[in-house]
Design a protein around this ligand. Structure first.
Ligand SMILES: [Zn+2]
Length: 571
């Protein structure tokens, strides 16, 4: 294997064409592969993918921090549309070679299971199907991405309505809600037609691979080896039984504090304590410096890792003209470092987003000790366990020494976070149960039946809000859930991870040190253990059990009540 000489850094691939890359894969495909050669072969392949994925990540980061530069856009597109798809093809070929060799090493079991599944699902006939799905996805994004609202005679992008949805002026909130929903109502037929086609293509791809429907195909395709569709249905029933009534109580409190007869959908974002919006930080230095102190309180090791990110320029958090929207945490595998991108403007949500993304970043730091690239990144159920647990471990420290908030402000932020957890579990159950129905009922190709089913799901999981006269607006909600269009079935992972994160948090209330140590150890396992073992290492159970979920919901509600009781009456 010494025949394959790799470049010294990802910079060597920054300008690469496929002709520059192909010889490395060809050499690995041709190199002798037996037990004696295996370690070096794996190491070389892994190193090659570290170099290439890092080059691709650097191109993506460079573009998202400055989308106005055409050269950066071209470089990013070259990686994402030309190089990465071909690289993935070659990777699957090498994976097939490895699997067929029958060779293995300790710590490679989960990697080989994923490789075997990928190979087993591959069908030549599905290549054009997935490519058409990509095109349809792009069309969906183009339509929704260019939506604007008419506001005071002006056409404005939808995110600019956000502040009005939080306004204490109820009539203004109603107007903002209707303005932000109207473009989806108007695009209904067009979006429904896109989904009709997506539905047919997905069912066809599943049948080509030997499955009865796309739901049955997606479980192995998403490497869901440790839970079943029936477990997901148990999760839905548990949410219906334990979470939906808790959400109703939370919303009833909100209704009373707002002094309203009934809650309408535009009453959900306004602060019932009617405080001025908080400014937890003013500059990026304040945002990052305070975060480092918060993480230090959770664990000095996390504090040190975050300071490394500050020192090495691995954070780009401030909103600036020309930056791409949204936020993400990406891993630079060759350097063994994470990178966090955000669009912070100085609001509470920015702090919560940073706590979440930092959880992913610590996962990248801790799992970098795993020698091979495939051993580091587990699926979303474990990745989101890392980030959601960090939200819960960090939030109690947001007011500590030189932190973001006064103790009373921190109490408000914590309360809001806990309420959001309950509301989001209900939403997650709706989205998952809805997709389950789409692909298994036999009627998912019928646009009217889909909309009717969505309304039934909302009645089942989301109570406490009066939607009368707003049926079209309520239906529009699922067209806005881009996962249903772009990443089918990707959603319940958040629910599974939240249930795990609540257990990590519960452990920390009893014994902070032991809970955080277990959490950190679980992160360091990367992807080398099956999901239930990763959860167990973190001190949690991978569970779909209604009683266990109800217990966690009760803990959240007790905490919510305690925080409300602590409220300082407004002067
Ligand atoms: Zn996340």
């Amino acid at each position: 294997m010494s025949a394959v000489k790799l470049p010294e850094s990802p910079a060597a691939f920054a300008e690469a064409t496929w002709e520059d890359i192909a010889p490395y894969y060809a050499a690995l495909a041709a190199a002798p592969l037996d037990d004696g050669a295996l370690d070096e072969w794996l190491e070389t392949w892994s190193r090659l993918e570290e170099l290439l994925t890092e080059a691709a990540s650097l191109a993506m980061i460079a573009y998202t921090v400055n989308t106005a530069d055409p050269a950066r856009e071209a470089a990013h597109l070259r990686f994402s549309t030309e190089l990465m798809p071909r690289l993935e093809e070659r990777s699957v070929e090498l994976a097939r070679r490895l699997v067929e060799s029958g060779l293995s090493r300790p710590g490679m079991e989960t990697t080989l299971a994923r490789f075997r599944t990928q190979i087993g699902l591959f069908r030549e006939a599905n290549i054009p199907i997935f490519s058409e799905l990509e095109t349809l996805g792009t069309r969906y994004q183009r339509i929704t991405g260019s939506m604007t609202a008419t506001w005071d005679g002006e056409e404005i992008p939808l995110p600019r309505l956000q502040p009005f949805l939080k306004s204490p002026d109820r009539a203004l909130r109603e107007r903002a809600f209707l303005a932000s929903t109207a473009p989806y109502v108007a695009a209904h037929d067009e979006l429904a037609a896109i989904f009709d086609r997506m539905y047919l293509l997905r069912q066809e791809a599943a049948q080509n691979a030997g499955f009865a429907n796309f739901r049955d195909y997606i479980f192995p395709a998403k490497f869901r080896f440790d839970y079943t569709p029936e477990d997901c249905e148990r999760f839905h029933r548990a949410v219906e039984r334990a979470v939906a009534p808790a959400v109703e109580r939370v919303l009833e409190q909100r209704r009373r504090r707002l002094g309203l007869e009934v809650l309408r959908p535009w009453d959900l974002q306004v602060d019932p304590e009617r405080r001025e919006p908080l400014t937890p930080f003013r500059t990026e230095e304040e945002l990052t410096g305070r975060a480092a102190r918060v993480f230090e309180r959770v664990d000095p090791a996390f504090g040190a890792e975050f300071r490394t990110m500050i020192g090495e320029g691995l954070l780009d958090l401030e909103s600036r003209k020309g930056k791409a929207p949204g936020g993400y945490c990406d891993t630079l595998h060759y350097r063994g470092r994470p990178f966090i991108f955000m669009n912070a403007v100085g609001v509470v949500d920015d702090v919560m987003t940073l706590m979440h993304e930092a959880g992913h970043a610590f996962h990248a730091f801790e799992s970098d000790t795993q020698p091979l690239i495939w051993q580091r990144h587990p699926g979303s159920e474990a990745a989101e366990l890392a980030s959601m647990s960090m939200e819960l471990l960090a939030t109690p420290h947001l007011a500590d020494a030189g932190g973001y908030f006064t103790p009373d402000e921190a109490r408000g932020a914590w309360l809001e976070h806990l309420e959001d957890i309950l509301l989001s579990l209900s939403h997650i159950a709706s989205v998952d149960a809805f997709q389950n129905w789409i692909y298994t009922s036999g009627r998912g190709g019928d646009a009217a039946a889909r909309d009717a089913e969505w309304l039934r799901m909302r009645e089942r999981f989301e109570r406490g809000v009066d939607w009368s006269g707003l049926e079209r607006e309520r239906v529009a909600r699922w067209y806005r859930q881009l996962h249903i269009f772009l990443y089918p079935f990707y959603y319940i992972e958040y629910g599974i991870a939240q249930i795990g994160a609540l257990q990590v948090w519960r452990n920390s209330l009893a014994d902070h040190r032991t809970a955080v140590d277990a959490y950190r150890r679980a992160l360091s396992l990367g992807a080398t253990r099956p999901l239930p073992e990763l959860y167990a290492a973190a001190g949690a159970r991978l569970t779909f059990d209604a009683d266990e979920i109800a217990e966690l919901v009760a803990l959240v509600e007790r905490q919510i009540d305690a925080l409300r009781d602590e409220a300082v009456p407004a002067g």
